[in-house]
Design a protein. Structure first.
Length: 319
């Protein structure tokens, strides 16, 4: 005899799934997640129910989609559907589409002139309207991208940053919602700390008692497409090279590696590698080593010191 309950509306399924993730210690879902997008469409297309027609529609490739983005959109709801299938009688999932291949993005290493133009554009007024949304954008954009540039945070780590994780007294920023569940922390410099404090005071006047450090007017994190739009708006105002917000993190790492030349290549290399890897939230040193391929000038002179440093790390670190 089946022990499955009658199938509830998709909203209830999603709520149960979100609670399941919470008690299981899994990363919470952003409101822009594909699960919530599916839920929104269900309200308009299937009276809020998880139907075969809804799934077939979700699985259909859009004319504007590439194979890889189509696959990613479908994959985003698969864990939810598997969760539901184990508890209720739900429609079967269609076959997964072809994955396709994402074009490889070569990180852009910024010039001083490009960065100056970019941050000048970030500081410029974005919209003529003086409502709360535009005021928040004007405050957030210059600070968010400077934090990424100065401390190597990933775009999503900045976007999802809770206010309680930013210590404006010590300058310690705890990064909890991150790639691969590797929580870490960074310490900002004094000038960045002053900027964060000034920003926090201004935003508090617009959104008292907020929980999100870079909030929307509803005190929720911004969507990823919002962050991409803000970066593109500022970047392409005076620059033409292809770049993404994530390249600010790449630049931070490469700039750190270049600075080691001035301090002496071999001196303290082991400690520097460990400190850099931890500040980036990398699960292993191997992820950090990737960035040496972006510094071809170091390929010869760093080979021997790097090999020696890795030998010293081998006993305590999983490469």
């Amino acid at each position: 005899m089946s022990t499955r309950q009658s199938t509830p509306a998709l909203e209830e399924i999603v709520a149960s799934y979100v609670q399941y993730r919470k008690v299981s210690g899994l990363k919470p879902l952003d409101r822009s997640h594909k699960v919530y997008q599916l839920l929104s469409h269900a309200g308009r297309m299937s009276q809020g129910l998880l139907t075969q027609g809804l799934l077939d529609w979700w699985w259909t490739k859009r004319d504007t989609e590439q194979p890889q983005s189509h696959f990613a959109r479908v994959l985003g709801v698969v864990p939810l559907l598997r969760y539901a299938a184990g508890r209720w009688s739900v429609p079967p999932m269609p076959a997964m589409p072809e994955r396709g291949r994402f074009p490889q993005h070569i990180p852009h290493i910024f010039t001083d002139e490009e960065l100056a133009a970019f941050f000048q554009a970030c500081d410029a007024t974005h919209k003529p309207r003086r409502n709360r949304e535009s005021l928040l954008t004007e405050l957030e954009v210059p600070v968010m991208f400077r934090l990424m540039y100065a401390n190597g945070l990933r775009p999503n780590e900045c976007r999802l940053l809770p206010r309680e994780c930013v210590n404006l007294r010590t300058g310690v920023v705890r990064v909890e919602q991150t790639k691969g569940y590797v929580e870490h922390q960074v310490v900002v410099r004094e000038d960045m700390l002053k900027l964060l404090a000034k920003y926090d005071f201004a935003v508090e006047g617009l959104l008292p008692g907020r929980k999100t450090f870079f909030p929307t007017t509803q005190d929720t994190p911004h969507r990823n497409d919002w962050l991409c739009r803000q970066f593109n708006y500022a970047w392409y105002k005076d620059n033409t090279a292809r770049a993404t917000a994530y390249d600010l993190r790449h630049h931070y790492v490469v700039a750190n590696i270049y600075s080691w030349r001035e301090q002496g290549i071999g001196y303290g290399l082991t400690d520097r590698l460990l400190a850099l890897s931890k500040s980036l939230g990398h699960a292993s040193i191997s992820s950090t080593l990737y960035y040496f391929s972006l510094v071809p000038a170091f390929e010869g002179e760093m080979a021997d010191p790097l090999e020696a440093a890795l030998e010293r790390l081998a006993e305590d670190t999983a490469i």
